[in-house]
Design a protein around this ligand. Structure first.
Ligand code: ZN
Ligand code: CU
Length: 496
C-alpha cells in the first residue's frame, strides 16, 4: 500500500514521520498498522515507509493515529477569535470546529443593545463586531486560531439584524433583507443556515419564514441545520417541519443534538430514529449528538421541572447562585422552582433531562456524528466542552462497547467531513490536509465532570493541525503553532 506523492522535494523525505501507529483512517475501516508521512501540511504517504527520512520521527507503537476530530456542533463563534488557543477543544483532539449552530452566529450581526437570548451564549455585546460574514472570515484569518473553523449563519442572528422585535413573524421585506445577508455569507464560504426554533426569539417564526429564507442555500450547495422547535413531546412534528424545509430548499438537513428530552419523552428514540430513516429515503438527512444525558443552555422557564436535576451555571442578577441546584435555590428563597428561575434570569443551566438508553441509541445510529455543543463562555460549563470526544472513545466505545473504535472515529471525522463538504479533511489519506491526532486507546478518557468541568482529557498524545504540532500530551500544553484556517464550503455551486 506504499505510494508517494511526487509533488515537491525529495520523494522520500518529509517533515514528520509517525511510525508503527494503528492508523484509523476515518472511513470506518478497522485499524491498520502503518507509517504516516507529512510534508508541507499534507499527508504525503501512508504505508510501510522504511526507507523514508524525516525532520522529526515519532514512535506511534500501540497508539492510534486518526484524523483530527471535527466538532460538528459548537458555539465557539467568537472564541476562535477572542481565545484563539482554543485549549478546551485542541486538548481533546479537535482540529476543526463548526460554528453558527442553533440559530445563533457571530456573523453577520449588528446588535442594537444586548445580544438577544440565546446569542448571549456567544459572548457579551463587545464580542459581536462582524456586520458582514466577510468581516468575520477576515477576523479569523487575523486571529490565527489553533483549530480550523467552518461556519453556519444563524436565523436568530439574521432576525436580530432586521426586526424591531423578535416575538413575531418576519415581514416579507424583512425576509428579503435576511436573505441578502445569508447570500453574502454563502458567497464567502458559509456552510449553510441554522435555526433554533425552540428559543423564545425564534419560536414565533412560522415555518413559511424559514422556507423562504432557506431558498438561496441550494445554489451554493449549502445545508440546513436545526435545533428543533421541540425536543419534547412534539418532536416528530418538529422533525417533519425540518424535513419539509430541507425538501423545499433542496438541501441536506442536519438535526442538531438529537435527543428525547423530558421524562414523558424517554424511550421514544427508536420512534424518532425511524422517522429520520423514513425521511432519508427521500432526502439527505443526518444528525449530531453529544455523549451525555444532560443538556445545557440558557435557563428557560418552559424547561423548568421537578422531574430531574437542574443545575444553575450562571446568573446575571445572582452570580453567587452559580453552581447550585435550582431546587436548592428555590428552597433557600422559599419560593417554587419557576419563581426562583424567573428571579435568576438571564442565567445558564444544565438539565439532566435524558435517559441512557435514548442517548446510547441515538449516538450509535449510523446517521449520527459527534458534536460537543460546548458552551465556552459559561463559567461552569457542561463537561462536554472539554470532554465530548474522549468520552465517546473511552466511555462509550472502550467501556460500554457501544460501537468499535473505528466507528467512533468515523463519527468524529470522515462522516462529518463528508456531511459538511470539508474537502480533503476527515481522513488519513495521501494528499489530504494533515489534521491528525495520536492517542492511547487504552487510556483515553474524558476528565471533565459536572462539578469540575475544565479538565483536559487523558490519553491524547499529540495533535497536528495543517501539519503543525499544536498540542503535546506529555505536558498537556498547546504549542504556539496556531495553524488553523477558515474552511470555506467546498461543494461546487450547483445550478438550480
Ligand atoms: Zn441547540
Ligand atoms: Cu447548540
Amino acid at each position: 500500500m506504499t505510494s508517494t506523492l511526487q509533488s515537491s522535494g525529495s520523494p522520500r523525505h518529509c517533515d514528520i514521520l509517525i511510525r508503527h501507529a494503528l492508523v484509523i483512517d476515518g472511513s470506518g475501516a478497522e485499524p491498520v498498522q502503518a507509517d504516516v508521512a507529512v510534508r508541507n501540511g499534507r499527508i504525503v504517504a501512508v504505508g510501510q515507509l522504511a526507507g523514508w527520512q524525516a525532520e522529526q520521527e515519532i514512535d506511534g507503537t500501540a497508539r492510534v493515529l486518526s484524523p483530527g476530530f471535527i466538532d460538528a456542533h459548537t458555539h465557539d463563534d467568537t472564541n476562535v477569535i477572542r481565545t484563539p488557543e482554543m485549549f478546551p477543544k485542541l486538548s481533546q483532539g479537535v482540529t476543526t470546529v463548526v460554528v453558527g449552530n442553533c440559530g445563533i452566529s457571530a456573523a453577520p450581526v449588528t446588535l442594537k443593545g444586548d445580544p438577544p437570548d440565546p446569542m448571549n451564549l456567544l459572548g457579551q455585546s463587545t464580542a459581536f463586531s462582524y456586520p458582514t460574514f466577510a468581516s468575520y472570515v477576515a477576523a479569523i484569518g487575523a486571529a490565527r486560531p489553533s483549530v480550523n473553523v467552518a461556519a453556519l449563519v444563524g436565523h436568530t442572528a439574521l432576525r436580530n439584524n432586521h426586526m424591531d422585535r423578535l416575538d413575531r413573524a418576519a415581514s416579507d421585506a424583512e425576509i428579503v433583507g435576511m436573505r441578502e445577508q445569508l447570500t453574502e455569507a454563502l458567497e464567502h464560504g458559509a456552510l449553510g443556515l441554522s435555526t433554533g426554533l425552540a428559543y423564545g426569539n425564534a419560536i414565533n417564526a412560522p415555518t413559511e419564514e424559514v422556507l423562504a429564507l432557506a431558498e438561496p442555500l441550494a445554489e451554493f450547495g449549502g445545508l440546513y441545520a436545526t435545533h428543533l422547535r421541540s425536543e419534547f413531546a412534539d418532536i416528530l412534528n418538529a422533525m417533519d417541519e425540518a424535513f419539509r424545509i430541507g425538501k423545499h430548499a433542496r438541501v441536506p438537513v442536519v438535526i442538531s443534538h438529537l435527543k428525547c428530552a423530558g421524562v414523558e419523552n424517554w424511550g421514544r428514540s427508536s420512534e424518532v430514529l425511524r422517522a429520520l430513516e423514513a425521511a432519508s429515503r427521500h432526502q439527505h438527512v443526518g444528525c449530531d449528538c453529544y455523549p451525555y444525558t444532560a443538556s445545557s443552555s440558557t435557563l428557560d422557564l418552559k424547561q423548568v421541572t421537578a422531574d430531574y436535576d437542574i443545575q444553575v451555571t450562571w446568573s446575571e442578577p445572582h452570580p453567587e447562585q452559580g453552581g447550585k441546584m435550582l431546587k436548592q435555590i428555590a428552597a433557600d428563597w422559599g419560593v417554587d422552582l419557576h419563581a426562583a428561575a424567573a428571579r435568576l434570569m438571564p442565567a445558564g443551566a444544565v438539565y439532566h433531562c435524558m435517559s441512557d438508553d435514548d442517548v446510547n441509541r441515538i449516538l450509535s445510529h449510523p446517521a449520527t456524528v459527534v458534536g460537543s455543543d460546548g458552551l465556552p463562555n459559561d463559567p461552569l460549563p457542561h463537561p462536554r466542552l472539554w470532554g465530548a470526544f474522549p468520552r465517546v472513545l473511552g466511555y462509550y466505545s472502550r467501556e460500554q462497547k457501544l460501537f468499535s473504535l473505528a466507528t467512533a472515529v468515523h463519527k468524529m471525522t470522515g462522516l462529518s467531513a463528508q456531511r459538511f463538504g470539508l474537502e480533503q479533511r476527515g481522513f488519513v489519506r495521501e494528499g489530504y490536509h494533515a489534521d491528525l491526532v495520536l492517542f492511547d486507546p487504552e487510556t483515553i478518557r474524558d476528565a471533565a465532570s459536572f462539578t469540575d468541568p475544565m479538565q483536559p482529557a487523558h490519553g491524547i498524545e499529540a495533535v497536528w493541525v495543517n501539519g503543525q504540532l499544536a498540542y503535546r500530551g506529555q505536558d498537556k500544553q498547546s504549542t504556539s503553532a496556531r495553524a488553523g484556517r477558515f474552511l470555506a464550503r467546498t461543494v461546487q455551486k450547483t445550478s438550480a
